[in-house]
Design a protein around this ligand. Structure first.
Ligand code: SAM
Length: 292
């Protein structure tokens, strides 16, 4: 077994050797605790037959652990300066492939097809760059990739919103957007001390397990997401107020919105945060005829 990358001493030696300076704008906070890394990988339930997709390998701390516990790792890294470093640190792991691209602009589906030939079980495992956690997770889900799920480190505050249940202060359109596609749970809370440099915010690892079918069947997905976003536009406002002020020509269509609420058996005076995903599904289907 090779020496772990993720120790404070080895990380420092690698960074010094290459004269690497962290770019805050790229969310570069590297993990220096092997124990935490192993626990993250545990949550992904990988086997020797699994494929792992990593976003932002950094100097390879997590990549290495994934390479040891899966068949192949495919990692997207935006920062070109890390490529020669990764070439050295990952040289003991021929089952790793690095793509030097912004994951938000990459064709992940094509990369999976090319790199994961014959691999059935695919998980995304990542310590995400915090400035783009939500766009990355949404892209991975909306692209409808053939993945089993996502285990990722992110800001605790975002983790709380993603896994929030109806009726809680953290529940909102992000909770619904993600729980529509996945079952979401916070797997662990992570202290700042396991990163270099230490981030300003607390961190958590979430596990998202993709559902076979979305949490609710709706006639139009884009409209469902438009309705949920509109319903949370101003959290203190009632559902009726938010819908009339946010949906196109909502004020003129107040009567139709009221009829749709009645059809969906939802009180107009309720607040968005009290509605379950199923109720949002019923509501958006009832509203759709008036907005298409
Ligand atoms: N995986 C490493 C670790 O745990 O130590 C590094 C994680 S660090 C939080 C985030 C990594 O994502 C950095 O290496 C950064 O350069 C990279 N990154 C930032 N934005 C990216 C993007 N849009 N696409 C791909 N990688 C990105």
């Amino acid at each position: 077994m090779h020496k772990d990358i993720a120790t404070p001493a080895r990380t420092k030696a690698i960074l010094d050797k290459y004269g690497f300076s962290f770019k805050k704008s790229l969310g570069q906070n590297f993990l220096i605790d092997t124990n935490i890394l192993r626990r993250i990988v545990d949550h992904a339930d990988l086997t020797e037959e699994s494929g792992a997709i990593e976003i932002g390998p950094g100097i390879g701390a997590l990549t290495e652990q994934l390479a040891r516990r899966s068949k192949k790792v495919l990692a997207f890294e935006i920062d070109q300066r890390l490529l020669p470093i990764l070439e050295e640190t990952l040289s003991p792991y021929p089952n790793t492939a690095i793509i030097n691209k912004d994951v938000l602009k990459a064709d992940v589906s094509a990369a999976i097809e090319k790199e994961f030939n014959g691999i059935q079980d695919i998980m995304v495992v990542a310590n995400l760059p915090y400035y783009v956690t939500t766009p990355i997770i949404m892209k991975l889900l909306e692209d409808k990739l053939p993945i089993r799920g996502i285990v990722c480190m992110l800001q605790k505050e975002v983790a709380d919103r993603i896994s929030a249940r109806p009726g809680t202060k953290d529940y909102g359109s992000l909770s619904i957007a993600i729980q529509y596609y996945t079952e979401a749970e916070t797997a662990m809370i992570v202290p700042k001390t396991v990163f270099v440099p230490q981030p300003n915010v607390d961190s958590a690892v979430i596990k998202l397990t993709k559902r076979k079918e979305p949490a609710v069947a709706v006639k139009s997905e884009p409209f469902f997401f438009q309705v949920t976003k509109s319903s949370f536009a101003q959290r203190r406002k009632t559902l009726l107020n938010n819908l009339t002020s946010q949906l196109p020509e909502g004020k003129q269509k107040k009567e139709q919105i009221l009829s749709a609420l009645e059809l969906a058996e939802i009180e107009p005076g309720r607040r968005g945060e009290t509605l379950s995903i199923e109720e949002f599904g019923r509501l958006s289907d009832a509203l759709l005829p008036y907005f298409s």
